[in-house]
Design a protein around this ligand. Structure first.
Ligand code: SF4
Length: 335
């Protein structure tokens, strides 16, 4: 783990609750994660694990009826409770976001160049049209769009899916953000285009010191790009730490199950591993460890008591049996 002072984003004890007539429903509980400048954090989990919700809370974009508590510090400044106007100036400026579907993020009746220029102008109202165009063309170049001068004047429908996602990334980084939150940025793309997007993220982090939070269910994507990983299950952190440590020796059976489900070219098995069962719904969260109804290693205590976190050098896991050498699938040593 890095020094807290070097982290651009520090999330501690994040809790998101949705009040209802029959009491509140807790969607995210006691979630901690951090990302340093120039670093990539993979925020991983199945649908409903709370990963997107957590990052919407960071961006201040959750509906008003959701109650968010804990601490979200960006470059040392607490964001929870910040007035909307201040939050708006940070969002889109110092923090930017890329969503899954580039078509819904782009305006079909505006040229891509005009859309990038508009994003720049919002934070730099005094720039001339010529300067805006020059910066927008530079951004198209940065995200590897060929013939950027000509492409500036084209519309989104004239771009392929991969090129549209690159335009969305260009808009997101138009104002030199310090933190980029990318929510399933490659899910709708084929594998060769995914590789190009990964290459662009890697370049942005290396050349611009951009910190990136990659929200995904794709561990292969995380393996290729991330420095550290946080795995969420049912709104709680199951395991987190340095990517090598977690991948080499997963301590939580859920992490091991996710790793075993990643296709490998070296695998001798013809079938991919699948984790039996489904995550619990918000309305019916189990007692104790959230994973116990699906866990092959559950003990009676697992249904009774929430496991505490245990540290293992570069990683930590919330599992009563994290210190044991369980015969789990996943990880280099097959445990
Ligand atoms: Fe499985 Fe128990 Fe660990 Fe939960 S605490 S992951 S149920 S062994």
């Amino acid at each position: 783990m890095t020094d807290a002072r070097s982290n651009i984003l520090d999330v501690r004890g994040l809790r998101i609750a949705i009040p209802g007539r029959d009491g509140e429903r807790v969607a995210v509980s006691n979630v901690d994660f951090e990302v340093a400048r120039g670093e990539v954090l993979g925020l991983v989990g199945e649908s409903g694990s709370g990963k997107s919700l957590s990052m919407l809370a960071v961006m201040g974009l959750l509906p008003r009826n959701m109650q968010v508590t804990g601490s979200v510090r960006f470059d040392g400044q607490e964001l929870l409770g910040l007035p909307a106007r201040q939050m708006r100036s940070i969002r889109g400026g110092r923090i930017a976001m890329v969503f899954q579907d580039p078509m819904t993020a782009l305006n079909p009746v505006m040229t891509v160049g005009a859309q990038i220029a508009e994003a720049i102008r919002l934070h730099n109202p005094s720039l001339s049209r010529r300067a805006l165009r020059a910066r927008a063309v530079g951004l198209l170049e940065l995200v590897s769009i060929p013939m950027p001068e000509q492409r500036f004047d084209q519309y989104p429908h004239e771009f392929s899916g991969g090129m549209r996602q690159r335009v969305v990334i260009a808009i997101a980084v138009a104002n030199d953000p310090e933190l980029l939150i990318a929510d399933e940025p490659t899910t709708a793309l084929d594998v060769t285009i995914q590789a190009q997007i990964v290459e662009i993220f890697d370049r942005l982090r290396r050349e611009k010191g951009l910190a990136i939070v990659l929200i995904t269910h794709d561990l292969g994507l995380v393996a290729g790009l991330a420095d550290r990983i946080t795995i969420l299950y049912s709104g709680r952190v199951a395991e987190r730490g340095a990517i090598e440590a977690v991948f080499r020796r997963p301590r939580h059976p859920y992490t091991a199950g996710l790793l075993a489900a990643v296709p490998s070219i070296d695998s001798t098995s013809e079938r991919l591993h699948a984790i039996d069962g489904t995550p619990p719904s918000l309305a019916a969260r189990p007692s104790g460890c959230q994973f116990h109804p699906r866990c092959a290693f559950a003990l009676p205590v697992c249904a009774e008591r929430d496991p505490d976190f245990q540290w293992f050098g570069q990683s930590m896991a919330a599992c009563h049996r994290a210190a044991e050498a369980l015969p789990m699938a996943g990880g280099d040593d097959g445990r």
